[in-house]
Design a protein around this ligand. Structure first.
Ligand code: AMP
Length: 312
């Protein structure tokens, strides 16, 4: 691990253009690690050109905007992919056009890619990895308030606001280090968690009408019609997945979200690993937080059955 981190630092120092990617359907850790790394590199190496690319997400725009760059920019560039376990999930397929590719990720390793790959699931987030890298190489990186804000948002979101079992003494030490950069945690909390009126109303509907199996697998289906009824966008609606965690009897909970050409599934669990089920249905992720994709409503039952089977 030590060797790979040094090699990553050397690669960063060597390249004058650095382009940072992350996964599709980004969450605050995907964006926080990506945008935080850009801020960190711009602050530490002002003469380097650093860009972030990928689809735009309205709800998380406060973390920062994506850059629009041409294919030519990739010539001779270092490309870093944050928080993404597999190639097919990288947002913006031009990641292969650079001079060198680096993967930095905290998901379990199912697909190795990149000229250098730093993968360590003992970190709760890609943001935590980057803060640790910065602390470990003080000669090479200088943190600032902008980077600290993004990394903090990433860590908060991937640890359930520092309430999940994946926080470690290292997490708390690094968060305490970030807090010295005088950002506004309450502002980040509000931007991440305070909901619109429509979202709160949908939340009520979820709690009234979710289904649950005898084994404790709870689920809720978000159709296009439901989105119209509540006048809410897909991202905001899917973000309510942890609404189902507040019911003690629910051991596993899932949202099935209708997209134009697929149904995305967000699966969460209290103690039961569900990533093997996610992998059965074109997905993956962490033991207690995974995602998958199916292509017909008929498959919903199969997913529920598979989740029932892993339930003790
Ligand atoms: P989500 O429900 O989208 O927040 O995803 C939970 C976790 O599973 C995240 O770490 C995602 O990166 C991962 N994940 C979601 N969908 C997929 C997928 N189709 N393939 C692999 N990993 C996924």
């Amino acid at each position: 691990m030590e060797k790979i981190k040094k090699e990553i630092v050397e690669a960063i120092k060597k390249h004058s253009t650095i382009i940072i990617h992350r996964h599709v359907h980004p969450d605050p850790d995907a964006l926080g690690s990506q945008i935080g790394l850009k801020a960190l590199l711009k602050h530490s190496y002002p003469s380097k050109e650093v860009y972030v690319v990928g689809e735009h997400v309205d709800r998380l725009q406060f973390l920062g905007k994506m850059d629009v760059i041409s294919e030519d920019t990739y010539m001779g560039a270092l490309v870093i992919v944050c928080d993404t376990a597999n190639l097919s999930r990288i947002s913006d397929s031009r990641y292969a056009f650079g001079n060198m590719l680096i993967k930095i990720d905290h998901h379990p390793e199912y697909e190795t890619f990149g000229d250098l790959s730093w993968v360590d699931p003992s970190y709760n987030s890609a943001s935590e990895m980057l803060v640790d890298l910065c602390v470990e190489f003080p000669e090479d990186f200088t943190m600032n308030k902008e980077a600290a804000t993004s990394f903090y948002a990433g860590i908060l979101s991937d640890t359930g606001n520092l309430m999940n079992g994946n926080i470690t003494p290292r997490t708390l030490k690094l968060v305490s280090y970030l807090r010295t950069y005088d950002f506004h945690p309450e502002r980040i909390h509000n931007l991440l968690h305070v909901k619109s009126k429509n979202s709160t109303r949908l939340q009520q509907d979820i709690l009234m009408s979710f289904k649950v199996t005898d084994k404790g697998v709870a689920y809720f289906i978000i159709t296009e019609d439901l989105l119209k009824l509540y006048n809410i966008d897909r991202n905001e609606a899917s973000n309510l997945v942890n609404t189902l965690s507040s019911v003690r009897a629910n051991k596993i909970w899932a949202f099935f979200i209708e997209y134009p050409s697929e149904i995305r599934i967000r699966i969460r669990a209290r103690n039961t690993p569900i990533d093997s089920v996610a992998r059965q249905f074109n997905g993956g992720g962490h033991p207690l937080a995974s995602g998958a994709t199916i292509h017909s409503w008929e498959e919903v039952d199969q997913v529920i059955q598979a989740l029932n089977q892993v339930c003790p």
